[in-house]
Ligand binder design. Structure first.
Ligand code: CTP
Length: 412
């Protein structure tokens, strides 16, 4: 498990050094990010020595003499991907205000926006600053957004005053981290099969029919499900993506291979999320040699491939089955039709003509159509955020299913 520890500029910054040790003792890998203010109190070298990792100090390298150690200007996205939890300790009133308003003017604030991992914030400041209405409002905004706040302790403060404002004790902070991580493991014990990417239907050794698909959406779902505790099997067509960490991966080429791979593995799974853009047709004949051109019209006969989603959903039993619909018009109508025709539990529909949605983008705009009649229209968001929302809906549908099964049992 990887924790990114954000250290901000307060007297309590030195306590974050002990916190690094404490987290490591619990088996966490800690990546430290320091704000400019934090570096007025403690040097990056202290944290680098303790964490055994380079300390990240600025978004675009650091003109003020600190460590200019970023591989690239998009490092915050790479760190966001690797982070299982973002902990900020100590957190100043300033960083809390920036998080609340979505400002992104340094590495830590940018990371906060780019990450979908759970966030724990341990404030430390003067008692009047802590109690100020502006600060309290910002804290409430974060709480409402699901950020876990580790309330500061009462006591003697560095400024000479007494009251609430001391950084919470290490054990309280570590307990909050554990709790936040546990809340994220709501797919523990589930076995999730994900299909992703396009399929390629070969015509001859040089040519094939395919669909446009980068695989990004399916890979984001596989990665998010694994992070939430599921055992994930990813069956993928040819894409330019690396299999996410902790996911069992099987590469396939054609719809037939994908179908076969799914059939062999589906029995063991409790959830199927079929995001692949499977070709609906394949050439009837696959030529062993390259077809030579001539002046005559060329006719290629195509036959239907098996609809993997429909087949899985037809025999789904207690499984939750999720499908995707890429539409260009009448999105809601077509998606609802697909939901019932294919017997799925959830259809993730996107209008591929919308700006910022569909193929090759890192963002998507989707509506989730559930079997129990709920429609959830989501705004434009990153594909990893969409993946989290899909899994939230899977968890909700699972509990609806379990409740219905329990009611049925009790009425027998
Ligand atoms: N799907 C599948 N096997 C196929 C075709 C599609 O598993 N042979 C799945 C996709 O992974 C996706 C959903 O079915 O989850 C898409 O359904 P489909 O009817 O193919 O949708 P579109 O191609 O978007 O719709 P249509 O062809 O009806 O316009």
């Amino acid at each position: 498990m990887r924790i990114t520890l954000g250290v901000t500029g307060g007297v309590a910054a030195y306590k974050a050094a002990e916190l690094v040790r404490r987290l490591q003792q619990d088996g966490f890998t800690v990546q430290v990010v320091m704000t400019r203010g934090a570096r007025e109190f403690v040097t990056p070298l202290t944290f680098a020595a303790l964490s055994g990792q380079k300390v990240i100090t600025d978004l675009f390298g650091d003109a003020s003499g600190g460590e200019a150690n970023l591989e690239s200007a998009i490092e915050h996205l790479a760190v966001a991907q690797r982070t299982d939890l973002l902990l900020v300790a100590p957190a100043t009133a300033d960083i809390i205000a920036k998080f609340a308003r979505g400002m992104a003017d340094d590495f830590l604030t940018t990371l906060y926006l780019a990450s979908t991992a759970p966030v724990v914030v341990a404030p430390a400041m003067n008692v009047n600053m802590w109690n100020h209405a502006a600060n309290q409002e910002n804290v409430e905004v974060l709480r409402a957004r699901g950020v876990k706040i580790v309330d500061p302790a009462e006591g003697y403060l560095a400024c000479g005053m007494t009251g609430a404002g001391r950084l919470a004790g290490q054990e309280d902070i570590v307990a909050a981290v554990r709790e936040a991580l546990k809340a994220q493991r709501d797919l523990d014990g589930e076995k999730v099969l994900v299909t992703a990417g396009p399929t390629c239907e070969d015509l001859d050794p040089a040519r094939y029919i395919t669909n446009r698909s980068s695989g990004k959406m399916g890979y984001a779902v596989a990665e998010a499900a694994a992070r939430r505790g599921a055992k994930v099997m990813l069956v993928s067509g040819p894409v330019n993506l690396e299999a996410p960490a902790g996911v069992e991966y099987l590469g396939v080429r054609s719809a037939k291979e994908m179908h076969q791979a799914v059939v062999e593995r589906i029995a063991n799974c409790s959830v199927a999320i079929l995001a692949a853009a499977v070709a609906d047709y394949r050439p009837v004949e696959q030529h062993a040699e390259k077809i030579k051109k001539s002046d005559a019209v060329l006719t290629i006969l195509l036959e239907r491939t098996t609809d993997i989603l429909a087949e899985v959903a037809r025999n789904k039993g207690q499984k939750i089955v999720v499908g995707f619909a890429a539409e260009t018009d009448h999105v809601a109508e077509n998606a609802r039709k697909k939901l019932s025709a294919k017997n799925a539990d959830l259809i993730v529909a996107n209008d591929i003509t919308a700006e910022g949605a569909g193929f090759d983008h890192d963002t998507n705009i989707v509506t989730l159509f559930s079997r129990d009649g709920r429609d959830l229209a989501l705004p434009k968001m990153s594909k990893s955020e969409v993946a989290q929302r899909i899994l939230d809906e899977v968890v909700r549908l699972r509990s609806v299913l379990h409740t219905a099964a329990a009611l049925k049992r009790s009425s027998v």
